[in-house]
Design a protein around this ligand. Structure first.
Ligand code: NDP
Length: 333
């Protein structure tokens, strides 16, 4: 049973020395526990925060202990009445090939409804983040211009499609031409900007959003966010979902710099956490699954093969190596 432990807390960018591959015994499930064989493991940007020894919404990981991740797995032994051998479940488990978990912490998924991997992406936590962050926090209205950064990622790609369905003009920022083409040619974005090859982000945004920006869904922060703030409209709403461009920073740049715009435009900025919407997870999951089934929402996954490659997959998030949801495939069902 291979596991990844946090070897040490990184300063700046994490690297392979951050992780330690450990061979452990397959655990025996206790009363009410279920032994889960990992099929897919999710790597997510927020994990960078758990490597830090600082108070946050997710507990810091302990050095020398297994890290945790969203996992889709198969039940191989069960001491819990709700689960039997062969069931497919999703839960927050260890970075491991096998984890014993309390049955109360697991959710069953129906493999006949959608590929099981989607429980970690478009109909899982990232999809729900897009759903609540856009529809509840930002509140798009028909005719609004919605801008999303990190637009070709797990969360951003769903945000853009939900905004399109809400009757908005949708503009995305992403880090490659393959990504921007996916957004405009397949997902129905009105425009997409490759921020890595564009010198003047403000000019590019002014072209793409000639009527200004009513909603900004921010996944990344940094220079993209500065460019968007310059072009907020009166009564604009900014939903702050993530700031991945800052997660590896050793010292944060001075800021925020663009708050004057908020006065002039009477705009509001609201951070949110998907976990606060827990009582409504079922609603979001059901609606997202329906939209995926009827083709309203399309999705992509970048699947890294092999448990041992999970650190690479995680590090790739900061290089934009993923298109859509980044997953690690650990075993077959
Ligand atoms: P993604 O699938 O979007 O993967 C991360 C992407 O971020 C990369 O593909 C890369 O795409 C982009 N990126 C990396 N570095 C930079 C940079 N310096 N500047 C701009 N873009 C960069 O991840 P998720 O969809 O899982 O998460 C998106 C964001 O949402 C993250 O910030 C995450 O922390 C946040 N989040 C927040 C939640 C909440 O409850 N508030 C819940 C879930 C996620 P590119 O090629 O475009 O650079």
């Amino acid at each position: 049973n291979r596991q990844y432990h946090l070897a040490k807390r990184p300063t700046g960018e994490p690297d392979m020395d951050t992780f330690e591959l450990v061979e452990a015994d397959v655990p025996e499930p206790d009363a009410n526990e279920v032994l889960v064989k990992t099929l897919y493991l999710s790597v997510d940007p927020y994990m960078r925060g758990r490597m830090r020894d600082a108070e946050s919404y997710a507990e810091p990981w302990d050095v020398g202990e297994p890290m945790q991740a969203g996992v889709v797995g198969e039940v191989v032994a069960s001491n819990h009445a709700a689960f039997g051998e062969g069931d497919v479940v999703v839960g927050n488990l260890d970075w491991a090939e096998y984890t014993a978990a309390d049955g109360g912490e697991l959710t069953a998924i129906d493999p006949d409804v959608a590929p099981v991997s989607t429980a970690l992406g478009v109909v899982g936590m990232p999809g729900r983040t897009a759903y609540f962050g856009l529809l509840d926090v930002a509140g798009p209205k028909p005719g609004d211009t919605v801008v999303v950064s990190g637009a070709a990622g797990a969360v951003g790609s769903v945000v853009g499609q939900l905004a399109r369905e809400a009757g908005c003009r949708v503009v995305g920022f992403a880090g490659s031409d393959t990504k921007t083409e996916w957004l405009t040619d397949e997902l129905g974005f009105d425009a997409a900007i490759n921020y890595k090859t564009t010198d003047d982000l403000s000019a590019a945004l002014a072209d793409a959003a000639p009527d200004g920006v009513d909603v900004y869904f921010d996944n990344v922060g940094g220079p993209i966010t500065d460019a968007v703030f310059n072009q907020l409209n009166v009564d604009a709403r900014v939903a702050v979902c993530g700031q991945i461009s800052q997660y590896n920073a050793i010292e944060l740049p001075t800021g925020p710099r663009k708050l004057g715009t908020l006065i002039q435009k009477r705009a509001s900025v609201e951070g949110f956490l998907v976990s606060d919407f827990q009582p409504r997870f079922e609603e979001a999951t059901t609606r997202l699954a329906g939209w995926v089934a009827d083709g309203t929402i399309q999705y992509r996954e970048t699947v890294t093969e092999g448990f041992e490659n999970a650190p690479d997959a995680f590090l790739g998030l900061f290089e934009g190596e993923n298109i859509g949801k980044q997953l690690v495939k650990v075993a077959e069902r």
